[in-house]
Design a binder for this molecule. Structure first.
Ligand code: AMP
Length: 176
């Protein structure tokens, strides 16, 4: 089974993707972590892209697609942060079948509140707002791209981690 988790930064998608991967033995593919870890470990391509990441911009489709392709397993992938554009979604469709799409829904004001409590250096307010804009303009429309397949589940993410996770487990179990 292959799952995509959508949600703006601060929606808890990374945490939920990690919990799902541990519970169901799935392969967690976090595009943000791959870029950040690559840059820290001295990967030249990731270091170049890190500048865009720090500026709150999306990295070019071609670059992120080639990086993510190296991480995709034959089955049981959980995508966290990818795809973020229609071009990325099309590319992913050429590689594997997506079985489940989870949308973590949370108001922008709550995201801003949560992100201000985080201490990451890319979490300044104008960057938070820029990322939210990218999410609403480019990534959120992807949910409509998947919806006709009947695989989209929208979850209220403005709740405690465990409550959200319990809902996700039920959805995954039902679709296994
Ligand atoms: P994340 O940790 O998923 O919030 O990603 C952090 C940053 O990495 C984003 O704000 C983008 O700059 C970059 N990034 C991660 N995934 C993608 C993607 N699929 N397409 C374009 N940029 C991405």
């Amino acid at each position: 089974m292959n799952i995509i988790i959508f949600g703006p930064q601060g929606s808890g998608k990374g945490t939920q993707a990690q919990l799902l991967s541990e519970t169901f033995g799935m392969h967690h593919i976090s595009s943000g972590d791959i870029l950040r870890d690559g840059a820290t470990l001295g990967d030249k391509k990731c270091q170049k892209l890190k500048k865009l990441l720090d500026a709150g911009e999306l990295v070019p489709d071609k670059e992120i697609i080639s990086i993510i392709k190296e991480h995709i397993k034959e089955d049981d992938n959980i995508f966290d942060g990818f795809p973020r554009t229609l071009e990325q979604a099309h590319e992913l469709d050429d590689i594997i079948e997506i079985d489940l799409v989870i949308e973590l829904n949370i108001p922008d004001e709550e995201v801003i509140k949560r992100m201000k409590l985080r201490k990451r250096d890319d979490d300044k307010e104008e960057l938070i707002k820029k990322r939210l804009e990218h999410y609403h303009d480019e990534t959120e429309p992807l949910i409509e791209y998947y919806r006709p397949r009947g695989i989209v589940h929208t979850i209220n993410a403005n709740r405690p981690i465990q409550e959200i996770f319990n809902d996700l487990v039920k959805i995954v179990e039902k679709n296994k």
